[in-house]
Design a protein around this ligand. Structure first.
Ligand code: OKP
Ligand code: ZN
Length: 335
């Protein structure tokens, strides 16, 4: 499977995140890329598809905010990474707020996702990475792997969070649908629920979203991913959430995966976008499932079974030393 990646994705390196009441080192590091690239060998270059495919998913005011946030933060005399501290729980009207701090809260749902100097460029090229891999499939390839970083599945139409700024999987799913390669299904197998992707397609009957993740009753992002979230309005029935308890290993993971794949096939998907997180690994430092390296090969093989054109988009995975070999196991299993 061809792997796509651009060096500019490495220029995003926040120092720390706010977690359990204190500052901890940022888990989503550029070293993750090095681990995967080393294990996979080389990468194919990324091309620039511009802002239009991004703006087909994200609001223009949010994209403008992302581009300008770090400069506004510096202009306000701040040091270090830009981060919000006030969040609009009572409603998310677009208010004419002037302070960068207000914007950082209005466009975010957590304090784990700072904006550093290189954040916009890295997020932009991460999205272009996914678009380039998609273009390979549009040109006839059966599958492609976008080594996206920063990841995307927690980012919504107008919000960032969970180390995510632009929703790479949603951007390619929307483009595939627009170019007639659909119906498109997104299968999210990251440890954490892909709340941004779910929100973006919640009302959309043309994109199916299925996610297998840690039960949000115990795990981030808490407020999304519960089993009773099934899509709304015209999109009723096109969202499928399969939360699993902490400690889940392959034996209990596999049936949920089969349920998701069966639903995707039954729905009539013609293309699959996989949000792939390797943070379901037994020794991931921030997660609590128990998949081993060989299980990632099994995961890849199962996902390949329906035989759909498949674009794999990288999401999480924080056991840096083992990340590369886990990704390789998944890709080899896929075939
Ligand atoms: C992003 B992705 C750990 C607490 C949780 C945010 C987790 C984001 C995960 N410091 N912080 O889905 O892998
Ligand atoms: Zn994750």
């Amino acid at each position: 499977m061809k792997l796509f990646f651009d060096d500019r994705q490495a220029g995003h390196a926040p120092e720390k995140e706010f977690h359990n009441g204190g500052w901890v080192p940022y888990a989503e590091t550029p070293a993750r890329l090095a681990s995967i690239l080393e294990a996979c060998g080389g990468a194919h270059p990324v091309r620039d598809f511009g802002l239009d495919p991004i703006l087909a998913v994200h609001d223009a005011d949010y994209v403008a905010f992302l581009r300008e946030a770090y400069a506004r933060w510096q202009a306000a005399g701040r040091e270090g990474d830009a981060i919000g501290y006030t969040f609009p729980v009572r409603g998310r009207r677009k208010l004419p707020l002037k302070r960068i701090d207000a914007a950082l809260g209005a466009y975010a749902f957590d304090a784990a996702t700072p904006i550093a100097e290189g954040t916009w460029d890295a997020a932009y090229w991460s999205a272009q990475c996914a678009l380039t891999a998609f273009d390979d499939i549009a040109a006839g390839a059966r599958h492609a792997f976008a080594l996206c970083r920063p990841p995307g599945h927690h980012a919504g139409r107008d919000y960032l969070g969970g180390y995510c700024y632009l929703n790479n999987a949603a951007i390619v799913a929307r483009r595939a649908d627009a170019l007639g390669l659909g119906p498109v299904a997104v299968l999210d197998v990251d440890y954490h629920h892909g709340n941004g992707t779910q929100d973006i397609f919640l009302h959309d009957p043309n994109v199916f979203f299925a996610s297998i993740h840690a039960d949000p009753a115990t795990d981030y992002p808490f407020y999304w991913g519960h089993a009773d979230e099934r899509g709304e309005g015209e999109g009723a029935g096109t969202t499928l959430n399969l939360p699993l308890p902490q400690g889940t290993g392959w034996d209990d993971y596999a049936p949920a995966l089969q349920t998701a794949l069966d639903a995707i096939v039954r729905w009539g998907a013609a293309m699959l976008v996989v949000s792939f997180g390797a943070d379901t690994f037994a020794r991931d430092p921030i997660s609590h499932f128990r998949l081993e390296r060989d299980d990632f090969a099994r995961l890849g093989a199962r996902i390949a079974e329906p035989g759909l054109p498949t674009l794999v988009v990288m999401e999480g995975g924080y056991a840096v030393a083992e990340l590369g070999s886990n990704v390789v196991a998944f890709l080899h299993g896929f075939g």
